[in-house]
Design a protein. Structure first.
Length: 504
């Protein structure tokens, strides 16, 4: 008797529907799995046999063939256990309900418990997109898929729950909680806790409003790290699509434990990180730090201390918003549209431009240190700020705190983002940083004086084409923060001010 269930597998974030076919034929009693199954899938034979015995079902004394179609796609992971055993139970006439519009995902224990699998969120989204009405998943996975609507999700704990029922509707249905009010997010640092640094704060506001990359340079102890950590406190909330995208990546990485992510991620890897750790890869081609920072912030503290090849490897992701990991077995694409916040000392000892301490670096040491950030990388960083030491009178315990709060700045950022969202509603982008040259010409309008200033600056500094258009993007964000419909002279002037590093 031929029976069939449906599941899915994935390559990176790209899922593929898999048909699980089971046939009982005459021959030596044996369970055979075909269809380019990995070792983990092949091992399911023992788990399935033990599970059947645990619920007092004796395996049929027939040759049982399990075919995973299409046969030319490699099947990996342990999530095939449940769809295989359900198809077998149908063949045994132990399950009577229809499974035509249902996908099954789950790993079996030897006792019949349904165990958690990684990367289930993109699989459920695929089932929904493919038109399936329901999915059956492990109960341990229910938290990470609780945001998905318009599809019936049935979390189960044991295989016995599928026995002796007439329809799936008899199982408990997972309730969608996408509309649940988000708890108040707590931050390590807020802008009101940082004294002085008005120029750096304004630059970070521009970066948050337009999704621009930023480099903070300054002597040790000026607050570069605090500014970077406070940056997330002024970022706007995630869109629903962004929530799904971010949580899909974390689901694949196995980092969704007890709750889903409702806020923009902040990743701060150490400079000893490997290429696979930063970009993604390894045995299972898992997402790296740049993908885990998708829709959020990648903070590289002391960026010159990172290996040069890792810094240079960020060129393509910073430009395209995605990373392609190619190996012998194939290639996987992960999204990585993050905002880069980098911090650096001006020289190895850190006191090149200090008014209070003498720099002990030689000219060669200074130049070699500067060379660690190449021109192409600096060309991809929109805002460059020198963080000055804070005057003592501003940090005295009895001084009056007149700092703007993160909430006040965040409101301006959200307002600017909404302007951009409305402007680009017919495009596939959300922020000014994502503008292409074609879209810049379509949406960015400069006044005559602003255009003349930009032209004069270009003649003087000989900007690269990328820098020229990045200046316009930054100027557009500055105009959005001030709710101006056209880019004016002061917007170009500010963009120019933040485009140059301090050199003396």
């Amino acid at each position: 008797m031929l029976t069939q269930t449906t599941t899915a597998t994935r390559t990176g974030l790209k899922p593929t529907t898999i048909r699980v076919e089971v046939d009982l034929i005459r021959g030596k009693p044996q369970l055979i799995i075909i269809g380019l199954a990995s070792q983990a899938v092949s091992e399911s034979k023992e788990r399935i046999t033990a599970t059947l015995l645990s619920v007092d079902i004796i395996p049929k004394s027939k040759r049982t063939i399990v075919n995973l179609a299409p046969a030319d796609i490699k099947k990996t992971g342990s999530g095939f256990d449940l769809p295989i055993i359900v198809a077998m139970l149908q063949a045994y006439k132990k399950i009577q309900f229809s499974t035509n519009n249902t996908m099954f995902f789950g790993e079996l224990s030897l006792g019949g418990d349904i165990k958690k699998i990684t990367g289930i969120l993109p699989l459920i989204l695929h089932a929904k997109k493919a038109g399936f009405k329901s999915v059956v998943i492990p109960q341990e996975n229910q938290t990470e898929v609780s945001l998905i609507d318009d599809i019936n999700i049935y979390p189960i704990k044991h295989i016995s729950q599928l026995l002796n029922i007439n329809c799936l509707e008899q199982l408990p249905l997972l309730q969608n909680n996408m509309s649940t009010k988000q708890p108040v997010q707590k931050f390590t640092n807020n802008f009101e806790d940082i004294y002085g640094q008005e120029e750096a704060k304004h630059a970070l506001e521009i970066a948050a409003a337009g999704g621009h990359n930023i480099l903070l340079t300054g002597t040790p102890g000026t607050g570069k790290n605090m500014l970077a950590q406070a940056f997330v406190s002024i970022l706007p909330p995630l869109h629903k699509k962004e929530v799904m995208s971010v949580n899909s990546i974390y689901s694949i990485a196995g980092l969704l434990k007890e709750s889903i992510l409702l806020y923009r991620p902040f990743r701060s890897p150490h400079h000893s990180i490997s290429s696979a750790g930063m970009l993604g890869g390894g045995t299972n081609l898992t997402p790296g730090e740049i993908s885990l920072a998708h829709c959020g912030v990648l903070f590289l503290d002391e960026i010159p201390e990172f290996p040069k090849h890792i810094i240079e490897s960020l060129r393509q992701p910073l430009e395209s918003g995605k990373i392609i990991i190619s190996r012998i077995s194939g290639s996987i694409t992960y999204p990585c549209e993050f905002t880069l916040v980098a911090a650096s000392n001006p020289c190895p000892c850190g006191y090149k431009f200090s008014e209070f301490k003498t720099c002990i670096c030689t000219q060669n040491q200074y130049l070699n240190y500067k060379k660690r950030l190449s021109g192409p990388i600096l060309d991809r960083i929109d805002l460059k700020v020198y963080v000055q030491p804070v005057a003592t009178k501003k940090i005295l315990l009895n001084s009056i705190n007149e700092n703007e709060t993160s909430l006040t700045i965040k409101k301006r950022v959200i307002k600017a983002r909404k302007i951009q969202e409305e402007r680009y509603k017919n495009e596939t982008i959300l922020t000014n940083n994502q503008l292409t040259t074609k879209l810049i010409r379509k949406y960015c309008t400069l006044t005559n004086k602003a255009e003349q200033l930009l032209k004069s600056a270009n003649q003087r500094y000989q900007f690269s084409t990328r820098t020229y258009f990045r200046l316009i993007k930054v100027a557009q964000t500055i105009a959005d923060l001030d709710t101006r419909t056209k880019i004016e002279t002061q917007d170009i002037a500010q963009a120019l001010q933040y485009s140059k590093e301090r050199e003396n």
